[in-house]
Design a protein around this ligand. Structure first.
Ligand SMILES: Cc1cc2nc3c(=O)[nH]c(=O)nc-3n(C[C@H](O)[C@H](O)[C@H](O)COP(=O)(O)OP(=O)(O)OC[C@H]3O[C@@H](n4cnc5c(N)ncnc54)[C@H](O)[C@@H]3O)c2cc1C
Length: 539
């Protein structure tokens, strides 16, 4: 297979224009081209005032590869396509453990860990505290529509994990020499995600499609001999002489296994505490706090795409912003959701925390993102592994009170926030947060240094995105669950530093920061578990 990069076609090109363009670019007859596929498609938004073409990378094969390579030897955009396929690890039947491996949590990390274990023939048992995705969707809407929270079935907990009600962005900057990321995307497509996620530069799936995808993946795991049990909260771990021997469920039932993948997500605070009580090694790590900001999507499109704003092939525009504030803090945009909505994302009673989601179409009126400030244990929450969790809890409880103690969120207009005065009425931007926001002053909701840094950052961001400091843009508080506040540290063999057989993984353990990286970590840890089995057999 050969690869050609930098093949440019106008945004409006016809669906069947790629083949003739490739043939022309290569200078061959059409019948010499055997097959081709799109490896990547992107566009350069910096060209918004001139021509802004789609830029393609295509993989293809021709009748006479050697002749083509010889003729175009000086073409630096042409070469052999590197192999990006995932190479599965095989585990022989003799290496299967006496007890089935367990996977705790069925978010993207647990899903991919379980899928890979199942594909290896290891028949994992998944224990998930929340509900299966259909019931979970109803429960989640219960908070958004009726202010009724189910602490075990919500935006954070249940089949599909935290990313199920999300924009479903699938990009990450992790190093990936084993092409685990490609495997994640291919499995998502097999389970019903749009095929374009394999090649567009910033793929996303969107909430409605994600829910179907996770249910299909669950059935695939079961078809391979795995088991997926819902409403099974792991409340304790059983450890003998530094070796994990099983877990205990809230019901009191014990499930025995010497190989357990712990894919809890960042919101399982009760489980973090239980692990800490048992002495499982963990340490506090940095995370970020801030607000969600909402602008009209049309404002973002104009600023990012110029004359191409609203072009149907480009869809709603995104952005990524960073500002280094005078007080030494960094402020950045987080989890930007074009054409999306701000969502209530608490999993605990009497707390308020926000996040964002979009549908695949990304056609809601507003764009939103977290505007957050990085904080660290050394500077901001000294006091042990759970100090970050405690800080999150304090901030989220206070936000609940500021919002009126009924799951509405505290909010403020950007102009008022910058001027330091409370908001009393909404302007031209209608906030999307359900069940609603209570306007006022957001300054008391976060530490002073964070407020100061965000106040400075918003006008600075307007230099990159014209109108970002729009007076009527809305800030909704607060964003605290940007990543896990702790790390359940693991060694090179991917097992806990002090409990053999326990494989901490994904976002909750501090090893992932999004759907794709969590899926990738799930594969990595499933392979780590398989290697441990092989090692045990060899000894
Ligand atoms: C609203 C929202 C929007 C987001 N948007 C995006 C996005 O667009 N793109 C992106 O890349 N990321 C996004 N994220 C982040 C992304 O969802 C997470 O990074 C990712 O889901 C982490 O995967 P995980 O499997 O490690 O953990 P999680 O997805 O959190 O899954 C953990 C699972 O473990 C279960 N669990 C926890 N404790 C126990 C226990 N004791 N016993 C049994 N089960 C337990 C939970 O119920 C949960 O299902 C978003 C998150 C939210 C909340």
């Amino acid at each position: 297979m050969l690869r050609i990069t930098e093949l440019k076609l106008p945004l409006d090109h016809a669906d069947d224009a790629l083949r003739p363009a490739l043939v022309e670019r290569l200078g061959i007859d059409d019948n010499e081209l055997l097959e081709f596929s799109v490896f990547k498609r992107s566009y350069d938004a910096r060209k918004k005032s001139g021509d802004m073409p789609f830029i393609y990378t295509l993989d293809f094969s021709v009748r006479d590869e050697a002749a083509l390579l010889a003729r175009l030897a000086n073409d630096r955009h042409l070469g052999i396509a590197p192999d990006v396929s995932y190479k599965p690890l095989t585990v022989s039947a003799e290496q299967h453990p006496a007890q089935r491996p367990l996977v705790i949590g069925f978010g993207p990390c647990g899903i991919f860990a379980a899928l890979i274990l199942a594909q290896m023939g290891l028949k994992p048992i998944v224990l998930e505290r929340g509900q299966e995705v259909r019931q979970r969707t109803k429960d989640t809407w219960g908070l958004w529509r009726k202010k009724v929270l189910d602490p075990e079935s919500n935006v954070q907990f249940g089949e599909g994990g935290a990313g199920t009600f999300s924009d479903g962005k699938l990009y990450s900057q992790i190093k990936d020499p084993n092409h685990y990321g490609r495997k994640v995307l291919e499995e998502f497509v097999k389970a019903g995600a749009p095929e374009e996620i394999l090649y567009v530069s910033k793929p996303h799936i969107g909430t409605f499609r994600l829910t179907g995808v996770v249910a299909t993946m669950r059935e695939e795991i079961k078809a391979l001999g795995g088991e997926v049990r819902f409403q099974q909260r792991v409340s304790d771990v059983l450890i003998e002489d530094g070796q994990l021997v099983g877990v205990e469920l809230e019901s009191g039932e014990q499930v025995l296994s010497r190989h357990v993948i712990l894919a809890l997500g960042h919101s399982s605070r009760d489980t973090f505490r239980a692990l800490h009580r048992r002495g499982v090694f963990m340490e506090a790590k940095p995370f970020s706090v801030g607000f969600r900001i909402e602008h009209p999507q049309s404002l973002i499109d104009r600023a990012r795409l110029g004359k191409y704003a609203g072009h149907p092939k480009l869809g709603a525009a995104d952005y990524k912003l960073v500002h280094h504030a005078k007080n030494g803090r960094s402020v950045y945009s987080f989890c930007m959701c074009p054409g999306g909505t701000v969502v209530a994302a608490t999993s605990e009673p009497h707390r308020v925390v926000t996040n964002g989601m979009s549908q695949y179409s990304r056609n809601e009126r507003n764009a939103n993102s977290g505007i957050v400030v990085g904080i660290t244990p050394d500077q901001d929450y000294p006091g042990g592994p759970l100090a970050g969790v405690e800080l999150q809890e304090r901030l989220e409880s206070h936000a609940y009170v500021l919002g009126g103690s009924n799951y509405e969120a505290p909010g403020q207009l950007v102009g008022d926030f910058i001027a330091g005065k409370p908001s009393t009425t909404l302007g031209s931007v209608e906030p999307s947060y359900k069940p609603g926001i209570k306007l006022g002053d957001l300054a008391p909701s976060l530490p002073d240094f964070a407020i100061e840094a965000i106040r400075e950052a918003l006008p600075a961001f307007a230099k990159q995105i014209r109108g970002f400091d729009l007076h009527d843009a809305v800030l909704t508080g607060i964003e605290t669950r940007t990543s896990s506040p702790l790390r359940i540290t693991r060694g090179e063999d991917l097992q806990s530093l002090n409990v053999r057989g326990l494989f901490p993984a994904g976002e909750g353990a501090g090893y992932a920061g999004g759907i794709l990286s969590a899926g990738v970590d799930g594969i990595r840890v499933a392979e780590g578990l398989a290697r441990a089995l092989m090692g045990e057999q060899a000894n």
